[in-house]
Design a protein around this ligand. Structure first.
Ligand code: AMP
Length: 403
């Protein structure tokens, strides 16, 4: 694999896999974070005197159309993205309205140095998600160099995320700047973590986070468990959790995780108290209770004051912090304080020299919402990919470029 920043792209037609799966409402991009994240990579190629062919997926056209027949492929077009990209780059962006075929091929072949072409949504074709070799080869023909800058899809073995890389020699494929930064941050936490290393795991379901917790038991000194998933642990230990979220088929798993942690000397921290509500509603009546003694008819929707300060103390004495998943229903004002307090503690630890990585859709959304993006070391753009990385899985999008 070549190193992107050392590579000279002059006169190279560069095929770049980006993640432009951005929210679009009525033809307008409502959050262009992912597009901005790819700009340094695109600009370096253009500044070197290369041309750029960009490819991305958007949504799940074929699956959604099957479920909702009033939808058509046109509802999933990347055209608005091309227009927005032209604004961001301050130059024309050509658009091929089919990602394969003669038109796209001609447009790619005729690109001049400094020009940019965006291909239509790759997922118009079922071959993309199937990882079809022939389809991947057609895409590969658009460039003489391949750059993967789509960390968000690196956990998929799709045609454009992994298989396409097989058509390029090892010297002509590489990570883009975003992908490089993502992998570097993740590797630092996974393999080079300074201790104490605290992992903060929150969110709704234990079942989604079992593998990551198991893998972190090998690496972390402390694991903080918050959010809806904590109540399965309390019930497993015989606590009363009222109507709080619980996965009854995971009670045993929860106990097993605690036993494994004790055997490995990893400290598990559960929230001692909770903000409870009489219904799952932004205007619910609220109170505070020990997390293992929640009255019938009430549910825990956030960590409360004692848990917040206990967790914050652990975080502030850490040298490495990984955060995946919110501490409560942070989308509702009444239940956002716990997640905010944790963001504050992570920011403070970072200011004192800790390395902090926030990954996973909802914790990233929370960090953005509360204005902590610049106060942590790294915010990952890849939810599922980051989760799988920390589950210890090999990501096909990374492997294909390195092989
Ligand atoms: P996940 O996608 O598994 O990381 O879960 C994130 C979601 O979990 C967010 O939408 C939160 O609102 C939700 N969540 C966090 N804490 C709780 C809780 N105590 N009860 C119900 N949902 C929660």
């Amino acid at each position: 694999m070549s190193k992107f920043s050392n590579f000279n792209f002059a006169e190279k037609n560069t095929l770049i896999r980006v993640d432009f799966n951005v929210p679009i409402k009525e033809g307008k991009i409502t959050d262009d974070t992912r597009m901005r994240a790819a700009l340094p990579t695109i600009q370096k190629v253009l500044n070197d005197g290369g041309s750029v062919v960009l490819m991305s997926h958007w949504g799940r056209p074929l699956k959604d159309i099957e479920k909702k027949p009033h939808l058509t492929l046109a509802d999933f077009t990347l055209k608005p993205v091309a227009a927005h990209l032209a604004t961001l780059l301050g130059k024309e962006v050509f658009f091929a309205d089919d990602c394969i075929g003669d038109n796209a091929k001609n447009m790619a072949e005729n690109l001049q140095a400094g020009q940019v072409l965006l291909l239509e949504n790759l997922r118009y074709y079922k071959q993309e998600e199937k990882g079809d070799k022939e389809f991947a080869e057609k895409l590969a023909a658009y460039g003489n160099v391949f750059v993967n800058d789509a960390f968000g899809t690196a956990h998929r073995a799709h045609a454009s995320t992994a298989i396409v890389a097989d058509s390029f020699s090892i010297d002509n494929k590489m990570f883009g700047l975003l992908m490089e930064a993502e992998v570097k941050a993740a590797e630092q936490v996974m393999h080079n973590a300074q201790k104490p290393f605290t992992a903060i795991i929150g969110g709704a379901k234990v079942s989604d986070k079992i593998l990551i917790i198991e893998n972190l038991l090998e690496r972390a000194t402390d694991i903080i468990i918050g959010g809806g998933m904590a109540y399965t642990f309390f019930k497993a230990a015989g606590g009363k959790i009222g109507n709080s979220l619980c996965e009854d088929d995971r009670l045993e798993t929860a106990n097993e995780l605690l036993i494994k942690a004790a055997a490995k000397g990893v400290r598990i921290h559960l929230p001692s108290d909770s903000i409870i509500a009489d219904k799952f509603d932004a205007n619910a009546n609220t109170s505070t209770a020990p997390s293992n003694a929640i009255p019938d008819g009430w549910m825990g929707l956030d960590i409360a004051g004692n848990a917040s300060s206990e967790f914050s103390n652990v975080i502030k004495s850490s040298k490495t912090i990984l955060w995946n998943g919110p501490m409560g229903v942070f989308e509702m004002e009444k239940f956002q304080h716990g997640t905010k307090a944790i963001a504050d503690a992570v920011a403070e630890a970072t200011a004192h020299g800790a390395f902090s990585l926030v990954g996973g859709g909802d914790s990233v959304a929370a960090v953005n919402k509360f204005g902590y993006t610049e106060k942590v070391s790294y915010v990952s753009t890849g939810g599922g990919a980051m989760l799988e990385f920390f589950e210890g899985k090999e990501l096909p999008g990374i492997k294909a470029v390195m092989a």
